[in-house]
Each structure stands twice: as C-alpha cells, then as structure tokens.
Design a protein around this ligand. Structure first.
Ligand SMILES: NC(=O)C1=CN([C@@H]2O[C@H](COP(=O)(O)OP(=O)(O)OC[C@H]3O[C@@H](n4cnc5c(N)ncnc54)[C@H](O)[C@@H]3O)[C@@H](O)[C@H]2O)C=CC1
Ligand SMILES: O=C([O-])C1=[NH+]CCC1
Length: 314
C-alpha cells in the first residue's frame, strides 16, 4: 500500500493560516529556549549548508531541523541572490518540506517565503521585547524590502513607537514603503539621519559592507541585525559590534556565517534562547545587538503551525 501523497500549501494559503506573525510568538520563544538548552531541549539542527551559485551571485541554503518537543521534522530550501536583475523575482525564495517524524513520509510541501518573512520578524520582536531600552519611542528600519514590511507589521502591532523612520539605498523604495503601510513613516535621506536618536534599529538590507556605524547609534539603543548572512558580508561596523552587548540566535552559526561577528572579533554574550530561558540576563540598559541569521527550527515550528491549522480546516 503506497503512502498518502504530500499536500502542497502555497503562499496564499500559508498567509491565510498565518495572517499575523505574532501568532508564532509562543512557538518561537519555546523553540529558541529549546535550541539553547542543548541536548536536553531536543532540537537537532546543524548549521545550514550553503551552496554558492557563483556565476549568478546566488546561494542555496539547506536548513534541516527536528524538534522533539513538537515532534516536527522539516527542511527548508532557501535561495538568495545578491544582484537580482529581474525585480519581479524576489531576492529570497523558499520551500519547506514537512515530514512525518514517525516514518519519514513527506506530508507537505509549503511555500517558505511567507514563513521566512514572518518568523524572522517575530524572532526580532522577541529580541526587542527583551533587549530594548525602557520608554523606546523611535523605531528605525534600514532597508525597504520583504523583511522591512514584515518587521514593520509586527513591531507596530506589539510596541507603541511614537515615530517610525525608514531609509533605503534607493529612496523610491523607501517612499513606496511609507505610502503602502498603515501608519506614518518618515522617509530619511541617509542612514545616519534615520538612525540618529533611534531607540530600536532594524537592519534588513542586502548590504555586504557596513551601512550602520557605531558613531551614529544612541547609547542604550537596541539593534536587530538581520541581513549579512555570509562570513564576508557586513551591515554593522567594528565600533558598533565591539561596543555593544552581542546576542545571537546560534553561537555556532554566528561563528560560521556572520561577517559582522567573525570579522569584528566581537565577543558573543548570549544566545537569545538563553535570555528567553532566564539563564543569561538581557541587559536592556546597555547598547545591544541581536545578530539574527535565521534558524531551521524557527521554520519547523512555523511550518507545523501552518500545517496543523490547515489540517484542522481553519
Ligand atoms: N536572519 C534571518 O533569519 C533572515 C535574514 N534575511 C536577510 O535579511 C535581509 C533582507 O531580506 P529581504 O527583505 O528578503 O530582501 P529584499 O531583497 O526584499 O530587500 C533588501 C533591501 O536591501 C536593499 N539593498 C540591496 N543592496 C543593498 C546594499 N548594498 N546596501 C544597502 N541596501 C541594499 C534593497 O534596496 C532592498 O530594499 C537580507 O540580507 C536577507 O538575507 C532574510 C531572511 C531571514
Ligand atoms: O534563515 C533564512 O531563511 C535566511 N537567512 C539568511 C538568508 C535566508
């Protein structure tokens, strides 16, 4: 007897089951804590394998994980391209395969792009809740692509900033962002202008050299550094990396993949999951950087959330 063929859950359907990234917060907090608990946490997640597609400036990332607590087994396949010539093709595209952990049968193939956008922003929101200064008033987003939108959505849902600012390398995209979202956004002409006095900063660019300098950052600010996921790519300069308290999603991944961490030589203070668990302090009064690279287990719990909701016919 053959096994049941896998279902395909496309982007629209994923969006329907995951209309707000904040739906993922409890599962992601647990996944971060379980990951940072080591073997006891039951997360098996190697550092992703990345295959450069050199002639085309692209990369294929393979991101498998098993979470025993969730009894969920997935692998994400994600491509990201540095200089996408055709602007109708997104720079990042992803697919998630979800298996039945009891026998290894493929249960579902899910669009991974919506999940990647939402789980990344939700993890930044978890970091921000723990690490941002008290009375944070100004949010600044550097970059105006897919992640800028998903970060804006969850940050404005969860926090009450008095001002939101955006800067992008090409101003047209920043203007488009400001006119598309549901709230006032100040479009800035330079990254320095956008960052000046900001309490929370999100860097979501495809930059390969620093776009955020320590000199510009208000002491005590919190930075979510989301881009620069290659060992020779940077978004933040050495001064910022060395003069902040550095949190990462995975120590092992940060020391393998993050140019900001490797090339600056900055010391990692804690994994975010250790702060969630309470085994390391958050230090919100200091200038803090959360270096996010993206973890497979985040995709695992997000894909399970979508699949369970889909299966329940929600
Ligand atoms: N940490 C994580 O879990 C994840 C991180 N990412 C990273 O987040 C970043 C943003 O991703 P998306 O929004 O999907 O990409 P996107 O392509 O939609 O947007 C990128 C933005 O960066 C700008 N940009 C491009 N080259 C630049 C440069 N050299 N300097 C300054 N700005 C530049 C573009 O104008 C665009 O607004 C990427 O670095 C991506 O790899 C993406 C997914 C997950
Ligand atoms: O976690 C993820 O999917 C990615 N991180 C950097 C590029 C894609």
């Amino acid at each position: 007897m053959g096994s049941t063929p896998p279902v395909f859950i496309g982007a629209e359907e994923v969006e329907k089951h995951l209309h707000r990234a904040s739906l993922l917060l409890p599962a992601l907090e647990a996944a971060l804590a379980n990951f940072s608990a080591g073997a006891a946490g039951g997360v098996v997640q190697p550092v992703r394998a990345v295959v450069p597609v050199q002639p085309h400036g692209g990369y294929l990332g393979v991101m498998p994980a098993y979470s025993a607590v969730d009894d969920a087994l997935t692998t994400k396949l994600v491509t990201f391209y540095e200089h996408m010539k055709d602007s109708s093709v997104p720079s990042h595209q992803a697919t998630i395969l979800l298996f039945d952990p009891r026998n290894g049968s493929l249960r579902a193939v899910l669009d991974g792009s919506v999940i990647t956008a939402k789980r990344t922003a939700a993890v930044s929101a978890i970091a921000t809740k723990l690490l941002m200064p008290a009375f944070a008033e100004v949010l600044c987003i550097l970059g105006a692509g897919v992640q800028a939108y998903s970060h804006y959505d969850i940050f404005t849902e969860l926090f009450s900033f008095k001002e939101v600012r955006i800067w992008n390398r090409t101003k047209e995209k920043a203007l488009k962002f400001a006119s598309s979202v549901n709230g006032p956004v100040r479009v800035c002409s330079s990254a320095q202008e956008a960052v000046s006095g900001a309490d929370v900063i999100v860097t979501v660019t495809m930059a390969t050299t620093p776009i955020l300098l320590g000199d510009w950052v208000k002491p005590g600010a919190h930075i979510n550094a989301v881009g620069a996921s290659r060992p020779d790519w940077r978004e933040l300069d050495d001064e910022l990396m060395k003069n902040s308290v550095l949190f990462v999603d995975s120590r092992e991944a940060a020391l393998t993949e993050s140019g900001d961490v490797i090339l600056s030589g900055a010391e990692i203070f804690a994994e975010l999951g250790e702060v969630v668990k309470g085994t390391k302090p958050a230090l919100p009064e200091k200038t803090t950087v959360f270096k996010s690279l993206g973890m497979a287990v985040e995709d695992t719990v997000a894909a399970k959330f979508v699949y369970d909701s889909w299966s329940a016919g929600n």
